[in-house]
Design a protein around this ligand. Structure first.
Ligand SMILES: Cc1ncc(C[n+]2csc(CCOP(=O)(O)OP(=O)(O)O)c2C)c(N)n1
Ligand code: SF4
Length: 303
C-alpha cells in the first residue's frame, strides 16, 4: 500500500498556529504543523513533559488546533492506550491517538511504557520528535544524543557513549509500522503519517528535529541542517511496513557512499561539535557506515 501525495493535495489550513512560545526555528513546531495538516486537525495528541508541553502556550490559550492532553513524563504511551481503548469501546472514530514525545521521554524516561504498549500492539501512533537531548531542562545528553556532541552533561570531551538505536529496538518488538522521517522532508513525513494512519496497531515514527539553541546553530538553518543530515548519510530515511523494509526515496541515493556530502559540512554548522577531534570524526563516520550496512542487510531480510 503506497501513499503518494502531491503538494497541491496538502491542506492550506493550519492546525499549529503562529504566536506560540517556541524559540525561532523550533523543529517541533515544523513537525506539529505537518501532523496537523496530515490529519486535518482530527488527531488526539498525548504530550509528555518536554519543550512540546511549553511551546503551545499557557492555558487557557493554545497554538495547537488539535485535541491535546499534557501528561507526566513516562505515562504518555499508557495514557494514549487508555484513550484509544476507551474510544473503541464507545465506538467513536475521531482520528488517530498520537503520542508526540521528545527523545528523553522516548529513549530513556518513558521507555518502559513505550516498550509495554508496543509489545501489546496498542492501536496508537507514537512520534518521537528527536532533538537529541533534553532541551527543555537545559540540553542534557539523552540516550539519543550523537557520539561526540557537547551538551551540558558532556561539556568538555563531548558524549562518549553510542546512541541507542531506538528504531531497531522498536522493529524487534514486531510492531506493524516503523519509520524514520525528517522535518526537512515534509512530503515524505506527511506520506508516512497517512500510511501509518491506514494501519492498525502500534506505529512508531522517528522524526529528525534539529534544535537551534541546543545544537548551537543559527535559527534560520533548522531545515538546512536537517537536509544535510540526510545528504551526508548521517540520518537515513526508511520505512518498515507490511513486512518489508525499504530505504525511502530521499535517502536511496546516499546508499552509495561516494554520493554523500562530507560529514564535516553537517557537523561544522553546529556549535555542539566545535573542535571535534579527527579521531571522533572517524568514529562517527564508522558508525554511519555501520548503520547503512545494518539497514541494507535488513532490507534484504525484510524484502
Ligand atoms: C519524571 C520527570 N523527570 C524529570 C522531569 C523534568 N523534565 C521536564 S522536561 C524534561 C526534558 C525533556 O526532554 P525531551 O523528552 O528530550 O524533550 P525536549 O524538551 O527535548 O523536546 C525534563 C528532564 C519531569 N518533568 N518529570
Ligand atoms: S529549545 Fe529547541 S526544541 Fe525546545 S522550543 Fe527551543 S527550538 Fe524548540
Amino acid at each position: 500500500m503506497s501513499v503518494k501525495v502531491r503538494l497541491d493535495q496538502i491542506p492550506k489550513e493550519k492546525y499549529s498556529l503562529p504566536g506560540n512560545a517556541a524559540c525561532p526555528g523550533c523543529p517541533h513546531m515544523i513537525g506539529l504543523k505537518i501532523v496537523g495538516k496530515a490529519f486535518r486537525g482530527e488527531a488526539t495528541l498525548v504530550i509528555p513533559a518536554g519543550c512540546s508541553s511549553i511551546v503551545p502556550g499557557y492555558h487557557p490559550y493554545t497554538s495547537l488546533d488539535m485535541r491535546v492532553i499534557h501528561v507526566p513524563f513516562a505515562s504518555a504511551p499508557a495514557v494514549a492506550t487508555g484513550i484509544s481503548r476507551a474510544l473503541k469501546i464507545r465506538g467513536e472514530d475521531i482520528g488517530p491517538v498520537i503520542v508526540w514525545a521528545g527523545d528523553g521521554a522516548t529513549f530513556d524516561i518513558g521507555f518502559a511504557t513505550l516498550s509495554g504498549s508496543a509489545v501489546r500492539n496498542e492501536d496508537i501512533i507514537y512520534i518521537v520528535s528527536d532533538n537529541e537531548a533534553y532541551m527543555n531542562t537545559g540540553v542534557q545528553a539523552s540516550g539519543s544524543t550523537m557520539y561526540g556532541a557537547r551538551t551540558t552533561t558532556t561539556p568538555i570531551l563531548g558524549k562518549k557513549d553510542r546512541r541507542k538505536e531506538i528504531d531497531l529496538i522498536m522493529l524487534m518488538h514486531k510492531i506493524p509500522y516503523v519509520a524514520t522521517a525528517s522535518i526537512a522532508y515534509p512530503l515524505d513525513f506527511y506520506e508516512k503519517l497517512l500510511k501509518a494512519s491506514k494501519i492498525k496497531g502500534f506505529r512508531f515514527i522517528h522524526l529528525f528535529s534539529p534544535c537551534p539553541p541546543g545544537w548551537r546553530f543559527d535559527d534560520s538553518k533548522t531545515v538546512e541542517i536537517a537536509r544535510l543530515a540526510v545528504e551526508t548519510g548521517a540520518w537515513i530515511l526508511f520505512e518498515y511496513a507490511e513486512g518489508k523494509l525499504t530505504i525511502s526515496p530521499p535517502s536511496r541515493i546516499y546508499a552509495d557512499k561516494s554520493k554523500r556530502k562530507p560529514l564535516r559540512e553537517y557537523l561544522e554548522l553546529q556549535g555542539r561539535f566545535k573542535g571535534i577531534s579527527e579521531e571522533d570524526l572517524k568514529i562517527i563516520e564508522e558508525m554511519i557506515d555501520e548503520n547503512w550496512r545494518v539497514l541494507e542487510t535488513l532490507s534484504k531480510i525484510y524484502s
